[in-house]
Write a new protein. Structure first.
Length: 153
């Protein structure tokens, strides 16, 4: 097998021949899934969505991994804050007494944050998916304009 044929197979696998809109949609869906409150099943959902909707798998998984160990705390904290604001909750009622939180009652103490977490993270995920689609669409279109055009012989 020649190097050129191998390179073509790799390019096809990576979706380098996909349209800018398909690549952007793949990344947008991945970002939406990655920022969703469905923590722990993001990768599975990303692979399933890429397969079900015939998206570009590497672009979808890359979007999913926007939420990673370095970004998960700020993303979910922001999502919870958005949920608190959207639900009109009073921040004073959400005060935690860290002196009385134990390992056995941590779920009970943090229960008040569950609804804001789910609502806010879902809203942030939807908005982030749409925004990342448009941002990536611009990037991929710009990339395609910079590529040299193949001339017909």
């Amino acid at each position: 097998m020649s190097i050129l044929k191998l390179k073509g197979m790799f390019s096809s696998l990576m979706g380098q021949h996909d349209s800018p809109s398909k690549m952007a949609a793949s990344f947008g869906v991945g970002t939406m899934i990655g920022m969703s409150p469905l923590f722990g099943i993001h990768t599975f959902l990303g692979i399933f969505a890429a397969w079900a909707f015939k998206l570009n798998k590497p672009a979808t998984i890359t979007g999913v991994y926007v939420t990673n160990p370095l970004t998960i705390v700020p993303i979910y904290t922001f999502g919870t804050w958005v949920g608190i604001r959207l639900l009109g909750m009073d921040l004073s009622m959400l005060a935690l007494d860290f002196g009385h939180i134990t390992f056995s009652n941590v779920v009970h103490e943090l229960n008040v944050f569950l609804l804001p977490f789910f609502v806010g993270s879902t809203v942030v995920a939807l908005i982030s998916g749409v925004l990342s689609y448009y941002i990536m669409l611009c990037i991929f279109r710009f990339r395609d304009r910079k590529k040299p055009r193949e001339t017909a012989a």
